[in-house]
Design a protein around this ligand. Structure first.
Ligand SMILES: Nc1ncnc2c1ncn2[C@@H]1O[C@H](COP(=O)(O)OP(=O)(O)OP(=O)(O)O)[C@@H](O)[C@H]1O
Ligand SMILES: [Mg+2]
Length: 370
């Protein structure tokens, strides 16, 4: 049982503010993913939870109890490090057995636990090898096994799948999630890969430069990003951001170069007016929420004209770059939709699923009535 609370955590390294006023709760048995680009402070967050860093401010609580001054050992957390940190002179088996030896477990018990875990992670044929005799992916699975054989309060996992090849990584995503559910364990899992975050997390916390941006279920951070950073970071093809200004007379958004305009419904109209920065807006629309079609998609949609610039076929889908005035708009289509560069097209934007951001403040302008 583990319920973790981070309250107003500050952490500095010299002049680097690695974490700033970070507050985040991880529920018992939750799979919480901390997502952010390199240098965001993800590893630092896990190290603060593990007791490996001294905080400059704030409180870490486990099951309601402040643990700021509790030693790492007493915290009983299992940490899978980003760089695995295996003992080079111990075999795979000895590496995994190491955290169990301090406990009063029988040899048979240890054997059974290790066999169960290594079988699950498909490294049970490697027990006698040394780390140097393993591939990066195998070393990573040894590090994972070493965490999984324990029964810690919480699992802290720092990008544990990065060194696996594409296929194994996809497989392990499912396996880890399954393991977490079977063990009824609490996972605090760090990644810079938004696919991992969306597919594994019960909730996703997005971190940028030590500052928490948004926390919510995967669908929520994907569909209702609070700012430009979250909107741009999440999504397998990046969201299109189109500079625009608002014309309150005609109630439409238009490109500064007049290349397009779309009419706004009442709820949006009022939200934009309330925002005030009408001439510095960004329309955010995902490539999957645009269709090539003269027909409207959904009640609230708008068509704009463009020209095919280049096609990027990806097998199961095609990404088209379309010139709209001086901008390029990316559109995701099924592989059967075929266009040649230079063809003139109509883009149908699903405004119900699009977002309007304040270009200066970078936050989303909330839809009020839509
Ligand atoms: N021991 C340290 N001394 C000085 N600066 C540090 C130290 N550890 C981390 N930092 C700095 O703190 C910031 C956050 O680092 P952190 O390792 O937490 O990032 P991260 O999100 O884990 O990045 P990555 O995805 O590259 O692992 C960075 O600017 C980093 O340079
Ligand atoms: Mg890191």
């Amino acid at each position: 049982m583990a319920h973790l609370e981070l309250e107003h955590i500050d952490k500095q390294f010299g002049r680097t503010q690695a974490l700033q006023n970070l507050s985040l709760e991880v529920q018992d048995q939750e799979f919480m993913v901390l997502l952010g680009p390199t240098g965001a402070g993800k590893t630092t967050t896990l190290r603060c939870v593990a007791g490996l860093e001294k905080l400059n401010g704030g409180t870490v609580k486990m099951n309601g109890r402040t643990i700021n001054n509790i030693s790492p050992t007493e915290r009983n957390v299992a940490f899978v490090f980003q760089n695995y940190a295996l003992y080079p002179r111990k075999t795979v088996y000895q590496n995994i057995a190491f955290p169990l030896q301090a406990r009063q477990l029988s040899k048979a018990d240890i054997d059974r636990r290790i066999n169960d875990v290594t079988k699950m992670l498909r490294i049970n044929h490697l027990h006698d090898r040394l780390p140097a005799q393993l591939s990066g992916g195998e070393q990573q699975r040894v590090a994972l096994s070493r965490a999984l054989v324990r029964q810690p309060n919480i699992f802290l996992m720092d990008e544990p799948l990065t060194n696996l090849d594409f296929k194994l990584r996809a497989q392990m995503r499912g396996e880890l999630k399954r393991i977490q559910q079977d063990l009824k364990a609490t996972f605090f899992y760090v990644t810079n890969d938004q696919v991992e975050a969306l597919s594994m997390g019960n909730r996703v916390a997005v971190l940028k430069e030590g500052v928490l941006q948004q926390v919510g279920p995967p669908q929520e951070v994907y569909e209702q990003p609070v700012n430009l950073f979250v909107a741009g970071f999440i999504g397998s093809v990046r969201m299109n951001f189109l500079d625009c200004v608002y014309d309150s007379n005609g109630r439409f958004l238009k490109a500064p170069d007049q290349a397009w305009q779309v009419v706004m419904k009442n709820g949006r109209h009022e939200a934009i007016l309330a925002n005030g920065n009408n001439d510095r807006l960004i329309l955010g629309v995902r490539p999957e929420d645009i269709q090539f079609s003269p027909a409207a998609i959904g009640a609230d949609s708008a068509a704009i004209a463009g020209e095919i610039y280049v096609a990027e076929p990806l097998g199961d889908r095609i990404i088209y770059d379309v010139s709209v005035g001086t901008s390029i708009v990316k559109v995701k289509t099924p592989p059967t939709v075929r266009f040649q560069p230079g063809e003139l097209v109509q883009l149908n934007i699903n405004l119900e699923r699009s977002h309007i951001f304040d270009r200066v403040q970078e936050h989303v302008i909330r839809k009020t009535h839509v």
